[in-house]
Design a protein around this ligand. Structure first.
Ligand SMILES: [Zn+2]
Length: 251
């Protein structure tokens, strides 16, 4: 498989997963033009579109892509049903495209119906986990988003996290403001600064790295809890997550 990221809109990534036999799937096409151009240049025929949630910067290109490929299968949560989705799916649904199996995972918080699509090693996770950060909690609660993040621990460390925005540097700047002495975060911030100066994408990232640099996956971390000013038992860790999200919103 070839994974291709297309920079779109202000800071979105649209993902294309190509089966190396001329067919592909498209994930969260927020706009049509760069997708249609890529399909043309790469000589790919799309088989399906996967939609993680209903926001315009993830679904805005669907109608125009359908004009060119009217028979496309479009998988998405119920919240995308009036935006072109013709295969409404929910948590735990398995389906096969071009011989490759995908499984859906409900990750509520950013929106209530937000889904991720997993096909090893790829996790297409929309606006839930970002590299070093987390999506805004717009429709759900921070507690819901915390439990969505906990689900990510079931995947292998080698999982490639294909998120939908280039927010890595600002997330790392925030992480360093909380844990200024954390060497892993400091080192990765330096690396990403260089990468972004060259306008190179910082994603996909992988779960092993994120477990080290993403504070939203480290709510159990004693040092982090101390920095935030409260030590909590394991059944209250969603409060650490909520505090982090609040501080990021104000950052
Ligand atoms: Zn969104």
């Amino acid at each position: 498989m070839n994974l291709i990221s297309i920079a779109a809109l202000q800071n979105n990534y649209i993902w294309i997963l190509d089966d190396k036999q001329g067919h592909c799937i498209i994930i969260d096409p927020g706009e049509a033009k760069p997708v249609l151009m890529a399909l043309d240049v790469l000589r790919l025929i799309p088989s399906a579109i996967l939609l993680t949630h209903h926001h315009l910067d993830h679904i805005g290109g669907v109608t125009k892509i359908l004009v060119h490929y009217p028979k496309l299968r479009i998988y998405g949560p119920h919240e995308t049903a009036d935006q072109g989705t013709n295969h409404v799916v929910n948590h735990g649904k398995k389906f096969t495209i071009n011989g490759r199996e995908y499984i859906t995972l409900a990750l509520p918080g950013h929106t209530l119906g937000h889904l991720a699509f997993y096909s090893a090693p790829y996790l297409f996770c929309g606006d839930t986990i970002f590299s070093a950060g987390c999506g805004k909690v717009l429709e759900g609660t921070a507690e819901q988003m915390y439990y969505s993040f906990q689900q990510l621990f079931q995947f292998p460390d080698s999982t490639l996290i294909c998120c939908a925005h280039e927010y890595t540097l600002s997330n790392l700047n925030f992480a360093r403001s909380i844990l200024p002495e954390d060497k892993a975060i400091e080192k990765y911030q330096q690396y990403i600064k260089v990468l972004r100066k060259k306008e190179l994408p910082s994603v996909p990232t992988n779960l092993q790295l994120e477990k080290n640099i993403n504070l939203f996956l480290r709510c159990h971390d004693y040092n982090l809890q101390k920095k935030l000013g409260f030590i909590l038992p394991s059944n209250k860790l969603h409060l650490i997550f909520a505090e982090l999200r609040l501080r990021k919103d104000r950052f």
